[in-house]
Design a protein around this ligand. Structure first.
Ligand SMILES: [Zn+2]
Length: 182
């Protein structure tokens, strides 16, 4: 297993729709294992493949309290087939580092998808897991949680993250130039 790089906004992979998985092979299982390890090391409660630079419809979630690792789920090509009610919770995202906001989600959902071997799975939940699944499935549609919040705050967060990314690029430059000089 390996810990993968987590892509952050404004990387374009985070705002594009992911492709359905067609091959339930060893590569997919390795990707899901690596995603789980990356999620736990972050630490996070969920991770979607586009967040590690892979534009496929695959997610890992573990909404159990930290360090239990007991409720790891790997869901491929997930679709929300039913939702009802509303619940509001504070969300953060490994791809939007340093910011949290209250997001309104469905209180109860039913998700249909496949496990890493292509076996159909159904998850019916009205717990915190419902929020995590909606957040991760949004990633597969190229939607970040900040798209669900007020425009002023969203624009402020985007502006700050873009500025941060720009400053990081600038920081890299002198090092590259010094290599060229020598
Ligand atoms: Zn996220």
């Amino acid at each position: 297993m390996a810990i993968l790089e987590i892509y952050t906004y404004p990387d374009p992979i985070l705002i594009h729709k992911a492709e359905p998985v067609k091959n339930f092979d060893r590569n997919l299982r390795k990707l899901l294992d690596d995603m789980a390890e990356t999620m736990y090391s972050a630490p996070g409660v969920g991770l979607a493949a586009p967040q590690v630079g892979v534009p496929l419809q695959a997610i890992v979630v573990d909404a159990s309290p930290r360090d239990e690792h007991a409720q790891l789920m790997k869901v491929v090509n997930p679709v929300i087939t039913f939702h009802e009610g509303q619940s509001v919770g504070e969300e953060g995202c490994l791809s939007v580092p340093g910011f949290t906001a209250d997001v309104v989600r469905a209180a109860r959902i039913c998700v249909e998808g496949f496990d890493e071997y292509g076996k159909p799975v159904t998850i019916d939940t009205d717990t915190f897991l419902a929020t995590v699944l909606q957040h991760e499935i949004d990633h597969l549609d190229g939607v970040l949680f900040i798209e669900h919040i007020g425009r002023l705050r969203r624009d402020m967060i985007k502006r700050k993250l873009k500025k941060r990314a720009f400053q990081e690029t600038k920081k890299d430059k002198p090092q590259k130039q010094s290599v060229l000089v020598y």
